[in-house]
Ligand binder design. Structure first.
Ligand code: GLU
Length: 436
């Protein structure tokens, strides 16, 4: 059996961290099992679906490195839905309903006021059909067949169909609701695992009977606990936190992938630059039932750690030409984002105005300016330079290193000077030391 998963966003908006997490888990599962990962665009709502969102979804998945093995669009599959719908109708599993939304609302309120569950009440088969009213359509749940499945995250699930309303599957204007087309597609695309948020659990109960009514065995289901913000709720910020803003903040796709793969599982979040351990490690049995907390601070920190061992080749296209592999290697332990690397280009090659030196630092800098011309820049110049200055001035420790670092880089902190100095243009370094 080939594992086939799908990510099924509705293109009514762009992706946010919550649905990217679902996409990632589907992708990891397919890759772990050598299977296929499909992108299914759930665009049955023609009004609200936008082509620009479809493009953005594709671009975001590509940015994250979640390659797809096929793309399907629900709007191209209406003929199939129609045919399957007719079969269910003929079998008495979908039926016409004529209530107006107002009537349904009143019935609901009456039931609730009597302390009863607001379950839809079926009309008797011989109930009169109001003339001139286009019906909407419901799926008839089989009340005698308890619904059970072993969820890969949640364990054994049990639903009593009697306590559930027959779900509406098609509106009076002929448009489709999400439930039935999704099942028809999951069957047609031979989906083996449906991985999605736990907000779909009660949909799954109804959909399991739809699979059966269409003569198919339901796939396996994994319903993951929802993602919440640090304050413990699904914050507005989290719901709208899109890939574009994360990209602008300098978040690397690898950091987001590393965090979302493991958040809410019993495996630790680790600063991995390769997805391989994440692919091998995904295991729904290790997913927790409690909501997973997404912390932007944790993401920024992970981003930083990942940059610190990211190879030059992986980021070269986003770096100024001046930042070659050796320079990248020297500065990466001090970066929070790749974009910050550009700030270092003038440190290496100029233009660069050294900060005005403290009076007390002048002897050290003068000694350095005197010694530097005689030092070979291609053979460990830093130990040679500091040894010469120490000998000339007696300065040591911080009083020796800090004035030099400041004059040469303009900063009090930064990369290891022994690694950095040979990468700074020698004439530039001499000019800075003399100017200070
Ligand atoms: N379009 C649905 C959603 O975004 C898909 C749910 C599913 O994975 O079946 O919620």
């Amino acid at each position: 059996m080939t594992v086939v998963t799908r990510f099924a966003p509705s293109p009514t908006g762009t992706l946010h961290v919550g649905n990217v997490r679902t996409a990632l888990h589907n992708w990891l599962w397919a890759r772990k099992h050598g299977g296929r990962f499909l992108l299914r665009i759930d665009d049955t709502d023609v009004e609200r679906s936008k082509e620009e969102h479809v493009d953005a979804i594709r671009a975001d998945l590509a940015w994250l490195g979640l390659d797809i093995d096929g793309e399907e669009r629900q709007s191209a599959r209406f003929a199939l839905y129609e045919a399957e719908f007719e079969k269910l109708k003929a079998a008495g599993r979908v039926y016409a309903c004529y209530e107006t939304p107002e009537e349904l609302d009143i019935r609901r309120k009456i039931l609730l006021s009597r302390g009863l569950p607001p379950v839809y009440e079926r009309k008797p088969a011989d109930a009169p059909v109001p003339p001139g009213v286009a019906p909407h359509w419901r799926f008839r749940l089989d009340h005698d067949a308890p619904i059970e499945w072993t969820d890969l995250v949640r364990g054994d699930q049990h639903f009593e169909p009697k306590t559930m309303s027959d779900p509406v599957v098609r509106r009076a204007d002929g448009s489709w609701l999400y439930l039935l087309p999704s099942v028809i597609d999951d069957i047609a695309m031979a989906i083996t695992h449906v991985v999605r948020g736990e907000d779909h659990v009660s949909n799954t109960a109804a959909q399991i009977q739809m699979f059966q009514a269409l003569g198919a065995t339901p796939p396996a289901f994994a319903h993951e606990a929802l993602l919440v913000g640090t304050e413990g709720k699904l914050s507005k910020r989290l719901g709208s936190l899109g890939m574009a803003s994360l990209r602008d903040e300098g978040i690397e796709p690898a950091a987001l992938v590393a965090l979302l793969a493991r958040l809410g599982t019993s495996d630790p979040v680790e600063p991995v630059t390769s997805v391989e351990p994440l692919v091998q490690g995904i295991d729904f049995a290790r997913f927790g039932r409690a909501p997973a907390r997404f912390d932007e601070g944790e993401l920024a920190l992970l981003n930083q750690k990942i940059l610190h061992h990211t190879d030059h080749a992986a980021v070269a296209s986003r770096l100024p030409l001046a930042i070659d592999a050796a320079r990248w290697h020297a500065i990466r332990p001090n970066l929070m984002t790749v974009a910050e690397a550009a700030d270092w280009a003038p440190v290496f090659d100029g233009p660069f105005d050294p900060p005005a030196a403290d009076e007390s630092d002048r002897p050290v800098l003068a000694a350095a300016a005197a010694a530097a011309p005689g030092i070979a820049w291609d053979a460990d110049p830093w130990p040679a330079l500091t040894a010469a200055v120490k000998e000339a001035t007696g300065a040591k420790g911080r009083a020796l290193f800090l004035p030099l670092r400041r004059a040469l880089t303009g900063r009090d902190h930064g990369p290891d000077m022994a690694e950095l100095l040979p990468l700074i243009d020698k004439d530039q370094a001499l000019a800075r030391l003399s100017a200070a």
